[in-house]
Design a protein around this ligand. Structure first.
Ligand code: SF4
Ligand code: SF4
Length: 284
């Protein structure tokens, strides 16, 4: 290991594309001429569990594990994972956070009066840490481009601003690793994320209230076969099959964004979006 070795942590939950994003980072670094080492943990990924990847790069890297307070960048694909991993970023490093929240079922608001344990979105948590912070809505950006599954490329676009290699290496890595036929949308998503990173920091502290509110439930009725799986698993009773046998939203305000419905829908007919749409930057 040399002093020039740098580290990046990617953290999210199963289904968010953390592992693919890690492969793209590693590939881009190799294309830029770096030695790299990568490590990942994804034991419960298929069940919506935590997934993270450590990547270190430089002239000669001995270990893949990023020590605490040393990462150049943290890419958090979800709010709670940002809080969990922020201590790994060095002073003056960067934090890129997708403000999407994924509330585990055990931390839901549930009408049986369980107490939610999911942390509220509060950008001020990062403001006193001397970190370059980019709070983004990668899911909405990717949806507007045509495929919510490109949200990980939006995040990578913002992350790229802090990694010190040419964008051409990132784009070549994306083209070679994303699923066939999605190259263009993932490149567009990467460039959209890059624009967020380059945006000027606002003078004012962002207001946490701007990120509060219920999640948006999108049902694609042309794909939905009204099988009733999602409404039966929803811990907040947001969904129901009506008298005509059609799935509908009965209480959108109660949605916590746990994504159980999205993860268990066999037809990819339902998706959940976070309650905000604007990107926020702090500390330059
Ligand atoms: S699980 Fe999917 S297909 Fe079944 S009712 Fe829900 S959205 Fe429709
Ligand atoms: S609608 Fe979906 S994301 Fe919202 S609380 Fe119900 S299962 Fe969770």
């Amino acid at each position: 290991m040399t002093d020039e070795t740098k580290g990046l942590v990617l953290a999210g939950v199963g289904g968010q594309g953390v592992i693919l994003a890690g492969m793209i980072v590693a590939d881009a670094m190799v294309r830029a001429g770096h030695d790299i080492k990568q490590s990942e943990v994804h034991g419960m990924a298929q069940r919506g569990g935590s997934v993270f990847s450590h990547i270190r790069w430089g002239p000669g890297v001995d270990s893949p594990l990023v020590p605490r307070a040393s990462a150049e960048v943290l890419a958090a694909f979800e709010w709670a994972e940002a809080i969990r991993w922020v201590d790994y970023v060095r002073e003056g490093g960067a934090v890129v956070v997708d403000l999407r929240t994924i509330v585990p079922p055990g931390a839901c608001d549930d009408r049986r009066n369980w107490t939610t344990a999911y942390p509220g979105i509060d950008p001020e948590l990062f403001l006193d840490r001397q970190l370059k912070t980019r709070l983004i809505d990668a899911s909405s950006t990717a949806s507007e481009l045509g495929n919510i599954r490109a949200a990980n490329s939006v995040i990578l676009g913002t992350v790229a601003a802090f990694c010190g290699i040419d964008d051409s290496h990132w784009e070549a890595a994306i083209e070679s690793l994303v699923p066939r036929g999605t190259e263009e949308i993932n490149l567009a998503a990467f460039r959209a994320g890059r624009e967020v990173a380059d945006a000027q920091a606002p003078a004012a502290t962002p207001s946490p209230e701007g990120f509060a509110g219920p999640h948006q439930i999108d049902i694609n009725h042309s794909w939905c076969k009204d099988c009733d799986i999602c409404s039966r698993v929803c811990p907040e009773y947001c969904l129901a099959i009506d008298n005509n046998g059609k799935l509908g939203i009965v209480d959108s305000d109660a949605c916590t964004g746990c994504r159980l419905c999205e993860l268990l829908c066999p037809d990819f007919a339902i998706s959940i979006r976070p309650p905000m749409a604007e990107a926020v930057t702090t500390n330059g």
